[in-house]
Design a protein around this ligand. Structure first.
Ligand code: UD1
Length: 343
């Protein structure tokens, strides 16, 4: 029988790609999203990609009653919890909003899972938990450091909550995936990243610059202790990242876990600098990226990339896409969105 997965935040950037990957593997998917940072149209774009319209519930998981009703309506085999606020700067300005939203929704989901004896959960965590790493690449054993923002703190504290819940309840199985920097769009170019307002992340800002919506890309800091002076990150194609969730679900549903709480780095294992991104983007897309090196952005770390041996071996997952694929798809997506907005 088909397994049903609840994907919270399933109309968002990583969520929507994960829904596609799950459907392609034969899972039934129910999306729940409050559409605070996404659009309902995404479910129809998912349908254009896979031929299957996911079930959709517009609701806010912070609302205990709404969350209860959701779990009464469906029978889930597993949950992937993406629904959260995700902007570092905004979280510094509005810490309470971040703590309320990100904690309450997770706690409500966990309570309902317990009530309905749903034992499988994938949580979207972040490499931000490593802070400024002392050694590179970072492994899952690298120390977790004090979060530099309320956003980062919600990821750290939720990881701790999940570990505590798993200790107390041996029937609960949880996998936390620590994402590195997801970029790119699905090859169908039906789904991708929709940046509302002025983008904070590198790729949407870069593509909006090339399309002419922004004058130039500010490269934050040219004096870091890295080969070209700009920051290094482990950029991963969002489709690869989505596949990692399917691998995690498969490990959970076939009860392969040795412990009931596991954590994995999800990156490619290769770091690229901001200037590598700019130059590769120019080369693969045959465009010019207007850019200027400016002051460092506060809170940025110089460099981080993942040791992926654990995820490669245990989840039997490995990133397939190259940087050029990520940057080509990001550009194709920007062009499609631009055409849509013209209409
Ligand atoms: C941030 C979050 C991370 C989150 C990720 C994706 C922290 C410290 N980081 O990562 O948790 O998962 O976003 O949402 O919490 N850059 C520029 N110009 C720009 C924008 C960015 O030069 O206009 C540079 C940054 O300095 C950085 C790199 O590009 O070196 C990537 O930045 P960004 O896309 O914002 O991601 P992170 O800050 O790495």
């Amino acid at each position: 029988m088909k397994k049903t997965v609840l994907v919270t935040g399933g109309t968002g950037y990583i969520g929507s790609h994960t829904v596609v990957a799950l459907q392609e593997k034969g899972y039934d998917v129910v999306i729940v999203d409050n559409l605070a940072n996404s659009d309902k149209e995404v479910i129809y774009n998912i349908e254009k990609t896979t031929g299957v319209l996911p079930k959709f519930e517009k609701l806010d998981l912070v609302d205990e009653q709404a969350c209860r009703t959701l779990f009464e309506k469906y029978s889930f085999d597993a949950v992937i919890h993406f629904a959260a606020y995700k902007y570092v700067n905004e979280s510094v300005r509005e810490p309470l909003m971040y703590y309320k939203n990100n904690f309450h929704s997770m706690l409500n989901v966990l309570s309902e899972m317990k009530k309905h004896k749903i034992s499988n959960l994938v949580f979207s965590s972040s490499c931000t938990v490593y802070g400024t790493p002392e050694e590179l690449p970072v492994t899952e054993q690298s120390p977790v450091q004090k979060a530099m923002s309320p956003y980062g703190n919600t990821k750290q504290v939720i990881e701790e909550i999940l570990e505590d819940c798993c200790l107390a309840d041996k029937d609960l199985n949880v996998i936390s995936l620590r994402y590195f920097n997801p970029i790119g769009a699905h090859p169908s170019i039906q789904i991708g990243e929709i940046a509302k307002g002025i983008p904070q992340n590198l790729l949407p800002y870069l593509t909006q610059t090339v399309i002419g919506k922004r004058d130039y890309l500010s490269v934050y800091g040219g004096d870091y202790d890295t080969p070209d002076g700009t920051c290094i990150r482990d950029y991963i194609h969002v489709v690869d990242l989505a596949e990692a969730h399917v691998s995690a679900i498969e490990r959970l549903v076939i009860k392969e876990m040795e412990n009931n709480y596991e954590v994995y780095n999800v990156g490619t294992g290769t770091g690229y600098s901001v200037l590598d991104i700019v130059h590769t983007f120019e080369k693969v897309n045959e465009v010019k990226v207007n850019h200027k090196i400016v002051e460092r952005r506060s809170g940025d770390i110089a460099q981080i990339w993942a040791d992926t041996s654990l995820v490669n071996k245990t989840l039997k997952w490995k990133a397939k896409y190259a940087l050029s694929d990520m940057l080509q798809s990001a550009w194709e997506w920007e062009k499609v969105m631009n055409e849509k907005h013209k209409k």
